[in-house]
Design a protein around this ligand. Sequence first.
Ligand SMILES: Cc1cc2nc3c(=O)[nH]c(=O)nc-3n(C[C@H](O)[C@H](O)[C@H](O)COP(=O)(O)OP(=O)(O)OC[C@H]3O[C@@H](n4cnc5c(N)ncnc54)[C@H](O)[C@@H]3O)c2cc1C
Length: 317
Amino acid sequence: MPTVVYGGQSYECGEQSVLDCLTAQGVPIPSSCRSGSCQTCLMRAIKGSVPEKAKAGLKPTLAAQNYFLPCSCYPEENIEIVLPAEGMGKIEATVASVEYLNADILGIKLHPSKPLTYKAGQFINFFRDAATARSYSLASVPALDHELYLNVRKVPSGLVSGWIFSNLKAGDTVTISEAAGDCFYVPGKPGQNILLIGTGSGLAPLYGIIRDALLNGHTGQISLYHGSYNADGFYLVKELQKLEQYHSNFRYTPCVSEGEAQKDYAQGMVLDIALADNPDLSGWRIFLCGNPDMVNAAKRETFFAGASMNDIYADPF
Ligand SMILES: Cc1cc2nc3c(=O)[nH]c(=O)nc-3n(C[C@H](O)[C@H](O)[C@H](O)COP(=O)(O)OP(=O)(O)OC[C@H]3O[C@@H](n4cnc5c(N)ncnc54)[C@H](O)[C@@H]3O)c2cc1C
């Protein structure tokens, strides 16, 4: 009979679901519907694999990371499982370079001390000290880039971003966590159109996701809209324009929300411009990153324009 290892203990579930088995033994697992709908009991298998039925209804990005619903899971082999927040180990990394991408955003390259498994667009936690950490998204692509690449925006009086701007330099050793998050590209639907909308350093995960999709031979349209108050807020412009030259299915639209209209930029709010250009989003995959007000409005508006909730990936920050 397969065993389930959780928190260092082994359990034999017999005919019971993993959730029923654990809770019957007094193990506290958050849960609500217990029938595969609410996803409250979400867990992750770190050893062994779970039956496909236990992943039904999950976003492809969660299923790809071995997340599953213990309420619908009747294991066929031995598995070891954790709650979603557990299992993010810490590692050391050396700062390879720090450079200004614009007046408010630093590009930081890190060499992890051991190989880090991640997908472009996920985030790592960056520790200023043992008790103070913040999340930063990965703009790098494992198959293309030797280093981890972060874009950090300076937040006024920010504990961690302020410290990074004042102190971080090439050669420093820092502590980061393993990668997490479900905002990344999953291959498998190469012809699906993709819309990406970001503001400020919300470009970081999107830059990684775009290059990952192109590397995987994505053939559907890939449209990026990057919003800023003024033209000084844009960065990675040359890199994005170069991608546009080499890939006819990629389109980059920088959008300025304030000041005079200029020929190089679309004028207006980034979400309004993206939706005006793409009014029917049925069947599209959507990535939204950056300003929380923009991201939350964009989640709603892209859903109303036809995108399925399971195809909308968002990191508000
Ligand atoms: C999944 C995820 C991914 C992220 N990826 C990135 C990334 O790639 N690049 C990046 O620059 N940031 C990213 N962030 C945001 C980052 O984790 C920090 O929240 C940010 O750097 C501020 O931290 P701080 O310690 O400097 O500021 P804090 O000390 O936490 O905050 C200082 C003050 O600023 C306010 N504040 C905090 N955040 C913001 C904000 N975003 N805008 C305006 N005011 C704010 C606070 O309310 C507080 O008053 C991400 C966050 C998440 C959750």
